[in-house]
Design a binder for this molecule. Structure first.
Ligand code: ZN
Length: 206
């Protein structure tokens, strides 16, 4: 009898063990699934940030206001407008959501949405201001390179249709995983201080 009883007890005990191991297994699988889910989620976030030009990040997340800043800002006085230089046809302002310190935008006063609609005088003024802006940035901030360009159309990441040229000073090693993996970008200098330096640079340029 004992043999059968013992066998039964052993069988029950084995079943319990198997059940427990099964539970453990299930928990492990669930844990692994959670980890995979988290990795996929992070990859999706990364992909999203890479697809959107980094400097548009905060516009996308809702900081954008109604209207066109390139039409509105030139009529504003004071450093709040972040305008560092006013020329006859175009003006230069610092980007409030910079990709790097000294990130500039140069735009015509006219609300032009296509590059081909720019007048000859606007093109000339725009490139003259670009040339001087580069000179000032080199003098004041000593960048090692520049990214210069236009984002035209929403599909290309433009926050505003009004044509504007981005001038982004670059330093070796300024792009690391931080702005890609999170929206955090360490800004070594406050905007108002950068504005003062740029304005002083233009005064020295004469
Ligand atoms: Zn405009």
């Amino acid at each position: 009898m004992c043999a059968a009883d013992c066998a039964l007890k052993k069988g029950v005990s084995d079943l319990q063990k198997n059940a427990e191991q099964g539970k453990l297994h299930y928990a492990e699988e669930r844990g692994a699934a959670e980890i995979v889910k988290k990795i996929i989620y992070k990859l999706l976030l990364m992909a999203e940030r890479i697809l959107w030009a980094p400097w548009r990040g905060e516009f996308v997340s809702g900081a954008r206001k109604e209207g066109c800043i390139f039409c509105e800002k030139p009529s504003e006085e004071g450093s709040e407008a972040l305008i560092f230089e006013r020329r006859e046809k175009v003006f230069g302002m610092l980007n409030k959501f910079p990709y790097n310190s000294g990130h500039m935008m140069i735009a015509p006063y006219r609300h032009v949405t296509s590059l081909e609609d720019l007048q000859k005088e606007e093109v000339e003024d725009l490139f003259r201001l670009l040339k001087d802006s580069i000179a000032v940035l080199k003098m004041e901030m000593h960048p090692e390179g520049f990214n210069i360009g236009f984002n035209i159309g929403k599909a290309a990441g433009a926050g505003f249709e009004h044509i504007h040229m981005h001038v982004v000073p670059r330093w070796t090693g300024d792009t690391n995983f931080m702005p890609v993996l999170s929206s955090t970008k360490v800004m070594p200098e406050h905007l108002s201080r950068t504005l003062e330096r740029i304005k002083a640079g233009f005064r020295r340029l004469g």
